[in-house]
Design a protein around this ligand. Structure first.
Ligand code: MN
Ligand code: MN
Length: 465
């Protein structure tokens, strides 16, 4: 069952559409390098497309009807958008979902210190990273500092050409004999990931003068004191924008493709939908996937269920039973990046069931590790209906699992949505160098992802029992 390369036989018009989608995507991820920034951009795009804030509708007790477009952000870190359909909500929704948090390095609560004339921020990394990959490269600092008076200062330093960057230093090879004999996982300890943020003493300051100099700048630029780090969320990410890869410019290298390369086309497919859909459309963008979907903004929280309950009530179907029917009758594409087959590491893949860059969007019936552990195993009947939708729309798709049996594996948010009894499958776009500071995707897969979500949202086929 060979799947052909999705670049072949493209018309000039299609190639132009692939480029346009890539440009729009790069603008989204350049502006959204953290979950908070992704929510801000998503909210702006939704407003531009005429979506109303569900929070306003709730406050005004505004009745919602077919064709209405609403969104809701939760704690500034997750986001849901809906287009209401002709059928009652309790007949189910067509849901596309992805996560907008990415592996990174977070700043500790009491982070600032000085040592031998350098000022540093102490960190605790977030998600599954290979720590050594983050050394000796330009880093940017993004996030918020919440102050006791209720104001929240937004921070973004290291992205513009006229801004400084930060870094975590590495050891010169000449003195690294002992370091180089360690295994990669021990090459640098988590506690040693300290971000260099200053090197000039404050004039006339005796005690920790470099740290004092940094604090003076923070006070002047942001109006914050050292104590304010206690209530900050600051994230260290690779500095720089998304770039095209290859002489043929067929790929994109960027920070955080996992999972914004699924989040963006999922959101765009809902925002771009014209007219009134048969079934209500929903896009859910969630946080904390990289650390187990925990917390109030992770998929294991009830934020999504709560928002759907509000929607049901305003659409004239209040109550617990209507909510349960709405969720239970829904169909979902739970999208997350797939491990793209990499010839450099062929031994960890099983080629017949691997995802390849350039062969379109990928469906994973099951993920999990070592005996499907922790997997959402999508229903065969549901997959058959997806095959029909994709083939009818001419969407390039492939099927895969994550690596060879017993080699590894991983899970995403599908199994949490499956708790409601809905039909849900892991799907997504293949990526190379997953979880590295810079990851690689193919432009044509992004485009086919978007077409896949559009076709799925348009479909009014029977709801599987
Ligand atoms: Mn992911
Ligand atoms: Mn991930």
């Amino acid at each position: 069952m060979e799947r052909k390369n999705a670049w072949t036989g493209r018309s000039e018009a299609e190639l132009a559409q692939i480029e346009a989608m890539s440009k729009a995507y790069c603008a989204y991820i350049d502006a959204g390098k953290t979950e908070r920034e992704c929510v801000t951009v998503s909210e702006k795009l939704s407003q531009e497309k005429g979506f109303a804030n569900l929070a306003d509708c709730i406050r005004e007790n505004r009745a919602l009807a077919a064709g209405d477009r609403v969104y809701r952000a939760w704690m500034g870190k997750c986001f849901v958008a809906f287009v209401l359909g002709r059928h009652p909500l309790s007949e189910g929704m067509n849901i596309v979902g992805a996560h907008i948090d990415s592996p990174r390095i977070d700043i500790k609560q009491n982070p600032l210190y000085e040592e031998e004339g350098f000022a540093y921020l102490d960190t605790h990394y977030y998600g599954g990273i290979k720590k050594y990959q983050w050394l000796a490269m330009p880093l940017a600092l993004h996030g918020v500092i919440a102050k006791k008076d209720g104001t929240v200062v937004t921070v973004s330093v290291g992205e513009r050409d006229d801004e400084p960057v930060f870094c975590i230093t590495d050891l010169l090879p000449h003195l690294a004999a002992e370091q180089m004999s360690k295994t990669a996982k021990d090459l640098i300890e988590g506690e040693a990931l300290n971000v260099l943020i200053g090197g000039r003493p404050l004039e006339g300051e005796e005690k920790e003068p470099v740290k004092a100099g940094v604090l003076k700048l923070l006070r002047e630029q942001y109006g914050v004191e050292e104590e304010d780090f206690l209530s900050a969320e600051l994230e260290v990410v690779p500095a720089g924008r998304a770039r095209e890869v290859g002489f043929d410019r067929s790929m994109i290298m960027a920070y955080g493709h996992d999972d914004r390369v699924c989040a963006y086309p999922s959101l765009a497919a809902v925002l771009d939908f014209e007219g009134v859909p048969e079934y209500t459309l929903c896009c859910v963008l969630t946080d904390k996937e990289e650390i187990g979907s925990v917390g109030a903004t992770g998929m294991d929280s009830r934020f999504f269920e709560n928002i759907v309950a509000e929607l049901c009530a305003l659409a004239g179907e209040p109550g617990d039973l209507a909510l349960r029917r709405t969720l239970g009758n829904s169909r979902m594409l739970s999208s997350d990046v797939s491990a793209g087959f990499d010839p450099a590491f062929a031994q960890v893949f099983e080629k017949k069931n691997a995802a390849f860059l350039g062969r379109g969007v990928c469906f994973n019936k099951f993920t999990g590790s070592r005996g499907k552990g922790g997997s959402n195993d999508a229903n065969a009947e549901y997959i058959a209906s997806l095959r029909r939708i994709m083939d009818d729309a001419g969407v390039a798709f492939q099927t895969a699992e994550l690596g060879r049996v017993d080699v590894g594996g991983g899970g995403t948010i599908a199994y949490m949505c499956a708790k409601y009894g809905m039909n849900v499958i892991d799907s997504g776009i293949p990526v190379l160098s997953m979880h590295a500071p810079y990851e690689v995707i193919s432009k044509v897969d992004l485009y086919e992802g978007y077409r896949c979500y559009c076709a799925f949202l348009r479909d009014a086929g029977p709801v599987e029992g």
